[in-house]
Write a protein of this length. Structure first.
Lengths: 348, 348
DNA sequence: TTGTACGCGTTATCAT
DNA sequence: ATGATAACGCGTACAA
């Protein structure tokens, strides 16, 4: 005989009141005499009553869960420190309130779209966190049509019905470039992320604007797909230039590490012959040689606050945009003054 | 006026049959005349009827979702290629059948336990994938008591009611050590994972057994927590030994990369002065210099098959253990013969 | 406070 | 064999 878990009907019978009243008492709603409420709670507690999420879900039309659809290749994910930390942060916001995260990792834009459609059609989640915003991101309209609530990580490039929770990359990039320029670098390159991605574009823009302010060459930009392989390719291209850069700013740590490998393989010594900086402060960057100068953000906190904001949106509470502490430069060993003799160094 | 989605009652009315019959027809169950069934399906289709996962969930007591609780520090996750690929694999199994993955990332054992309890109490998932098995893993009994179904990644060290889906690490480790021994290394160290974790233990055991077979020293083992920082520490300790190893086998790529950093920083040239091998074949390992000899497994496939197996278990179908293709050695540049002169090299 | 309809399917019981 | 009816799962919400 399986001991079924008690329902509110059981509690009602035991407490000698109606089902509805139990519901009211349990949800701390007005209209229940203090004494009755107390007795109901007591009985419920004694019987070990737990709310049925499913029943509640059906009757209130809510899922009590948030969704996160990640559209990245495992290759790009591998080694990227962002999502693990972000998700850990989301979890710290959800666990205390008994909500869950439904995660979907897809590898094509069609799969991404259908993933949102499924989440909505099945009522799996009440809202989603939109990450890796793209230009004219179709997900914003889609998610809105589907009736989901959402928050975006960063500001979209068009009007959006959803609040944004952002970390300004700009100060980090600016600081990185300024740091390199201050060290004396004149030819600073940028290994950028995909231009379809807004944060990629914004980092590139910040990069370009600092260079212009400083009156430096701003043509050394290579776009990549964020993978180690593409970071390596970009680095090879840059180092093969007749007038090669003396410093390279990478849009993520994985590419910076791959770039470091390429440089070393080609006989360049970092930072003597080439300075490099990363982005996103991965743990491993601190332990390679030379350790990686990079730009960090409080990703876990971002995750927590994004989830909290989305919960508020779902609850119909205030939902203003949130601006978190901007990215910060973390100077380590991979950046140094360029060689004093200006003769273009070529690979041995 | 919001156009509500049609329910089976709507379909029933439209088709001129009863609610129950619609359900039978929609679920391909016997007892419905062929013609009637066809008409019902047609009407349902015309009306755009979609099943309500919630209603179905409530009445059938199923969640149509799988759970994965990851109990690792973000520090360890960061840079680790396993879970992204694994989850991507899980997704490929779930998406086609309309199921979802509920992910929880926790940072303590208490949080882990309560995470499983919540998933079960709320009926969020029908089953869970147990990863990172530990010695006397309490989760197996817990999950069983909670009435969840499960599969384990790897064989637990005690009887388990759940099928295991495993990738044998042993051949990979053995191949790595054999490779190093064949190159002439006599003092091969192991930077192991936590001994609480079964795969850590198994890799260590495999390591030790090959060394014994070859008659080599097997005392050079340092246990770590899998982080880059701890991999670096272990490497420093090993390289400081009077009789330092000439090769180090790391239990993951992140530590190997950190170890490489330590070695280079101490003036050792890899692989001339020290050979190293990693584990888990991260993308970035292929692009560092020297590129990392490592051991790879088909992680994404593992994820897909684990999810499929769990779905079968939940469906009450066959559920034999599954043994996947074993880990394989991928020889790259970070391993080479030891220096011919046996004089113990010390850091400059 | 109570009674009851409701959300939306599934399934056991009955009637034809 | 075919189909209808009603109970069930478990809360929520509203009229009485």
């Amino acid at each position: 005989m399986v001991k079924q878990r008690p329902t509110i009907s059981d509690v009602a019978r035991e407490a000698g009141v109606s089902k509805g009243l139990v519901s009211f008492a349990l949800n701390d709603r007005p209209g229940v005499a203090a004494g009755t409420r107390l007795r109901i709670l007591e009985v419920a507690n004694e019987m070990g009553w737990r709310p049925s999420l499913r029943a509640r879900s059906l009757s209130t039309d809510r899922a009590f869960a948030l969704g996160l659809v990640i559209a990245r290749d495992p290759d790009i994910m591998s080694g990227d420190p962002f999502f693990p930390a972000f998700i850990a942060g989301v979890e710290t916001a959800l666990a205390p309130v008994g909500q869950s995260l439904v995660l979907s990792m897809v590898q094509s834009e069609e799969a991404e779209i259908s993933s949102y459609r499924q989440l909505a059609a099945h009522g799996r989640v009440d809202g989603v966190i939109l990450s890796d915003l793209r230009r004219d991101d179709p997900r914003i309209a889609l998610v809105n049509e589907l009736g989901l609530r959402a928050v975006t990580l960063g500001h979209p490039d068009a009007a959006s019905p959803f609040p944004a929770i952002s970390v300004d990359d700009s100060p980090g990039i600016r600081a990185a470039v300024a740091h390199l320029a201050d060290l004396g670098h004149q030819r600073i390159a940028h290994v950028a992320g995909p231009s379809r991605m807004l944060h990629g574009v914004r980092r590139s823009n910040s990069f370009a604007s600092v260079l212009r302010e400083r009156g430096l060459v701003d043509t050394l930009v290579v776009e990549t797909d964020f993978t180690a392989a593409d970071g390596a390719r970009a680095t090879r291209e840059l180092l093969a230039l007749a007038d090669r850069p003396t410093a390279i700013v990478y849009s993520n740590d994985v590419m910076a590490i791959a770039g470091l490998g390429v440089a070393q393989r080609s006989g360049f010594e970092v930072p003597r012959d080439l300075s490099i900086t990363g982005f996103d402060g991965s743990d491993v960057g601190a332990h390679i040689y030379p350790s990686l100068t990079t730009v960090t953000t409080a990703v876990q906190d971002w995750g927590r606050q994004a989830a909290e904001l989305l919960l508020r949106v779902i609850a119909g509470e205030d939902s203003d945009d949130i601006e978190l502490a901007p990215a910060q430069l973390l100077v380590r060993e991979s950046s140094a003054p360029p060689e004093t003799n200006t003769t273009t160094t070529t690979a041995p």
